[in-house]
Design a protein around this ligand. Structure first.
Ligand SMILES: NC(=O)c1ccc[n+]([C@@H]2O[C@H](COP(=O)([O-])OP(=O)(O)OC[C@H]3O[C@@H](n4cnc5c(N)ncnc54)[C@H](OP(=O)(O)O)[C@@H]3O)[C@@H](O)[C@H]2O)c1
Length: 211
């Protein structure tokens, strides 16, 4: 058990997940890194000198892996205050319950239909459909939980220079992707908002994003 806010970041071994872990760790939260490859997660923690970050094996498409991670967190901390669904999945709550789904502008139905939008010409059908589904999950769960103190929000990081999609961060930058620090800022704002009253929103660093 700990008095700190306990935060799990899925897909935490690299990219924005790892950056979120570093940033929230620096804010005094107790971080749990979900990594589908335990060795990769442990290596990431070692390189980043984050010895007090707990690494759990967590493949968000594998229900056994999810249940084992829940058990580990339950046994070790007895609580989970913030879940950042950087890779996917759904968990539970305690004193400061907050679920943050890392979505994307690419999942916005409104922007997909707007010829003026930067994503109007995008055609990653599977990815866009998965983020649109994540957005609907966010809306419905936020409504279902509106009489509780559990908040549920979706965040658009923008186009960020990571290895996402199998390219290099350098190439992504050349195509206009922004820094990881910029990409995680809205998530950090939500995860460190002590009021924890914002719920049912889809937003980025510029403000609300159309669903
Ligand atoms: N980069 C962008 O421009 C951008 C824009 C909008 C939204 N996003 C969203 O931001 C989130 C993070 O992306 P990123 O840019 O940081 O990408 P990244 O560098 O490719 O990192 C993705 C992370 O997700 C993990 N992952 C993938 N499938 C998983 C699974 N089934 N179970 C558990 N972990 C899994 C990866 O693990 P392995 O190391 O094992 O592969 C890795 O740790 C994603 O949800 C993405 O859709 C990114």
């Amino acid at each position: 058990m700990t008095n700190k806010i306990v935060t799990l970041v899925t897909g935490g071994n690299r990219g924005m997940g790892l950056a979120l872990i570093k940033a929230l760790h620096a804010q005094g939260q107790q971080l749990i890194m979900g990594s589908r490859d335990l060795a990769k997660g442990r290596a990431a923690v070692e390189v980043a000198h984050l010895s007090d970050v707990t690494v759990v094996q967590l493949d968000v498409t594998d229900s056994q892996s999810i249940q084992a991670a829940v058990n580990t967190i339950q046994n070790q901390y007895g609580q989970l205050d913030i879940l950042i669904n950087n890779a996917g999945a759904a968990f539970d709550h305690h004193q400061r319950p907050s679920l943050i789904n890392i979505s994307s502008m690419m999942g916005s139905l409104t922007n997909a239909l707007d010829p003026q939008s930067s994503v109007y010409h995008a055609s990653a059908i599977g990815y866009q459909a998965s983020k649109a589904a994540l957005n609907m999950f966010t809306i419905q769960l936020a409504k279902e939980l509106q009489t509780t103190n559990i908040t549920v929000n979706a965040v658009d990081p923008g186009m960020v220079a990571t290895e996402f999609g199998g390219i290099t961060p350098e190439l992504a930058s050349q195509h206009g992707a922004k820094s990881i620090a910029h990409g995680i800022q809205r998530t950090i704002d939500l995860a460190t908002d002590t009021d924890n009253t914002t719920t049912g929103t889809f937003s980025n660093t510029d403000g609300p994003v159309a669903w």
